[in-house]
Every structure is written in structure tokens, then in C-alpha cells.
Write a protein that binds this ligand. Structure first.
Ligand SMILES: CC(C)(COP(=O)(O)OP(=O)(O)OC[C@H]1O[C@@H](n2cnc3c(N)ncnc32)[C@H](O)[C@@H]1OP(=O)(O)O)[C@@H](O)C(=O)NCCC(=O)NCCS
Length: 332
């Protein structure tokens, strides 16, 4: 079924027929079929089951499906941000049996043309990649920043006890004490739009939240403010470390498994560790079940925080050092 995309016809019908693919905008009823081809995605940490319904409602987003002989074999989502100048590319996946045949490339091209037709002001494509990028990739991408990824797993109840044993409460009171400060939405909005935070704390003046890289602009903050996020800094007047923690959500890795995402910005290890503890404390207080906690951070902080996780918190690292690249390119 071809869905109304706002276009009179596909951007490039030739491309469609060449690859033998049919494209459509995803609807609610496609969910089961999409999940059926997404079984092994992101090591069981796929966010799409949680986000799918909301994505379909977002005014600036299109979720595009590619079908072969009527069957969904690929998905890509494009979301217009940065006051309409940038398209954020997310969720890309191709059914395992169709990989390595150029499907992703064709779908990405189709999406670019769709965005160009619907949003002519968009100039740039931005995305995060956590696979190994080589010189060929950097011919097409400009690197915005690299973030280390620290992925640990634990039972929420065990972590809660461990934090109590260690006396690590990670309090969030006021900016006079050394405790991290959890920001009210209005304060977070103001602070994350300030020139000082962008210059001194954010990597390349970019807010990366749960894989999504945003420029600090009022329109992007409006998107971020609708999400369930804890915004934290070391000092609300003069921050040097800031972090965003997405509220835990279920992931398909197993029953009663949750994903906890923390984006940590800044270079001070002690302050970063305090904010990490404060986020853990807040969520393990009420959460029951298994947690995959993924923290994105400045690469030099990875090793000492990995040692802290293993040695002090006694938690298991799921992987050794990995990183993600936040990249962009001109819209082809
Ligand atoms: C990654 C994946 C989508 C590639 O699908 P594919 O049809 O085998 O890929 P193709 O043969 O068309 O070629 C891959 C192209 O997509 C690019 N690509 C790979 N991952 C990408 C991503 N996340 N975003 C944008 N482009 C990506 C590659 O750089 C390559 O581009 P090139 O032709 O300019 O070199 C597929 O292996 C998959 O579904 N993997 C599991 C899910 C996943 O890891 N998704 C990436 C999310 S970060």
C-alpha cells in the first residue's frame, strides 16, 4: 500500500523500480512486521518498540519502509531539526536476509530525496554511527564528535543495595554543596541554550541525547523538553559537567529488562562520577528488574569509569571500549 507522503509521486520512481523495492510511510499496523525483521537489532537494546507509536505522531518525522514483494525488509526514520535546516537519520535497519545487497543505500537515497521534496530548506544530514568507520566514510562525513560508550548490566535491586552499602547517595540538593544539581525544566532550557555551556561543556556545541545530536537551539530544546529526561549539572551557575539521563524503558533483550541511557558531557572525572551515581541512585530506587545502562562520555573518562563500575560498583561490563561518531554530511 502506498501511503500519502505529501508528494505527488515517489521522488524517483526509477530508483524504486531499479532496486525492486516499494517505499511507503509507516503506519501503526506495520509494527508487527517491523519488529519481526528487527529481532537482532542493537544487541537486544532496540528502542524502536518503545518509540514507534510516538514517532508516528511527531510532526517533523517520517518513518519510511522499504518492501520487497510486499514484505517489509527495511526501515529508516528522518526527522527535521535545527529550525528546519538538518535532517536527523535514525533507526536504520535491513532484514538480516537482505543485508549486503545495497538495500540501505537505496533506502537512504530515497529518504534524502523525500526530505528534499518536502523540506527544501534542509541542507544537512546528521546521524550517529557506532560501527567502525574508515577513511572512505570520512570522505562522505564531517566528524562532529566522538563519544566513548560504557555499557554495563546489573540488577536494579542489587545496585540499590550496593549504593547504600557504599554510602553513595548521589544527592541532588542545591548548588552550594558539592552534590550534582537536577535542573527544573525551565532552568535546563535556559542553561542548555547558554553560550557558556555550549562552549565549555558540550562536545562541539552539540547536545547528544540518546543518540540524537541537536544544536542548542530553542526549537530543538522544545523537542527535548517533551521527553522524559533528567537534566543534571555540577553547578547551575557555572557548569563544567552536564548530563542527561533518559528515563528507563523496556528493551527486547529479555523480560523485565530496562535500558538506562546517560549522556555525559564534560571532562572532570570526579564530577562525572558523581552525576553517574546520582542518576543510578534516582532510578534504581524504584526500578525492579535488569538494567542495561549505557553511558556516552568523553573518551578519556571511559577507563576510570569502567574501573569504577567493575571495582567499586561490582557490575559487569557488557563490552570493552567502543565509541560512537556523531557525523554529518551535506544532503545528497
Ligand atoms: C547497517 C545496515 C542497515 C546496512 O544495511 P545493508 O543493506 O547491508 O547496507 P548497504 O549494502 O546498502 O550499504 C551500507 C551503506 O549504508 C551505510 N550505513 C551503514 N550504517 C549506516 C547508518 N547507521 N546510517 C547511515 N548509513 C549507514 C554504509 O556506510 C554504506 O554506505 P556506502 O555505500 O556509502 O559505503 C544493516 O547491516 C543492518 O540492518 N544492521 C543492523 C542494524 C544496525 O546496526 N543499524 C545501524 C544503526 S547505527
Amino acid at each position: 500500500m502506498k501511503i500519502e507522503t505529501g508528494l505527488q509521486c515517489p521522488p524517483n520512481p526509477e530508483m524504486e523500480s531499479q532496486a525492486g523495492l516499494q517505499f511507503s510511510v509507516a503506519i501503526e499496523d506495520d509494527f508487527e512486521e517491523i519488529m519481526a525483521m528487527s529481532q537482532d537489532i542493537y544487541g537486544g537494546l532496540d528502542y524502536l518498540p518503545t518509540r514507534y507509536q510516538a514517532w508516528l505522531q511527531e510532526p517533523n518525522r517520517i518513518v519510511v519502509l522499504a518492501r520487497k514483494q510486499g514484505k517489509v525488509i527495511a526501515l529508516e526514520s528522518v526527522c527535521v531539526i535545527d529550525d528546519g535546516e538538518t535532517v536527523l537519520v535514525e533507526g536504520l535497519r535491513v532484514a538480516p536476509s537482505e543485508r549486503g545487497k545495497g538495500v540501505a543505500g537505496v533506502l537512504l537515497k530515497f529518504c534524502s530525496q523525500l526530505v528534499k521534496a518536502k523540506h527544501p530548506d534542509v541542507k544537512v544530514t546528521r546521524l550517529t554511527r557506532d560501527d567502525r568507520l574508515g577513511p572512505k566514510d570520512f570522505q562522505k562525513y564531517r566528524l562532529i564528535t566522538k563519544q566513548a560508550i560504557l555499557l554495563v548490566r546489573f540488577r536494579s535491586e542489587d545496585m540499590k543495595l550496593r549504593l547504600q552499602e557504599l554510602g553513595l547517595q548521589g544527592g541532588c540538593q542545591d548548588s552550594v554543596s558539592q552534590d550534582p544539581v537536577r535542573l527544573d525544566p525551565g532552568v535546563a532550557h535556559h542553561l542548555f541554550l547558554s553560550a557558556g555551556l555550549a562552549r565549555d561543556v558540550l562536545p562541539n556545541a552539540t547536545i547528544v541525547q540518546d543518540w540524537q545530536p541537536f544544536k542548542p537551539l530553542p526549537s530543538n530544546m522544545a523537542i527535548l523538553m517533551k521527553k522524559d529526561i533528567d537534566w543534571m549539572v555540577d553547578d547551575a551557575q557555572s557548569p563544567s559537567v552536564a548530563s542527561l539521563c533518559t528515563f528507563p524503558f523496556r528493551v527486547p533483550i529479555g523480560d523485565n529488562w530496562y535500558y538506562l541511557n546517560i549522556d555525559m558531557f564534560g571532562k572532570d572525572l570526579t564530577k562525572a562520577r558523581r552525576q553517574f551515581i546520582a542518576h543510578l541512585h534516582r532510578h534504581t530506587d524504584t526500578l525492579r528488574g535488569h538494567v542495561m545502562c549505557q553511558m556516552f562520555l568523553d573518551p578519556p573518562l571511559w577507563q576510570p569509569l569502567a574501573d569504577f563500575c567493575r571495582g567499586t560498583l561490582g557490575v559487569e561490563l557488557v563490552k570493552e571500549y567502543t565509541e560512537q561518531c556523531v557525523v554529518e554530511s551535506d544532503l545528497a
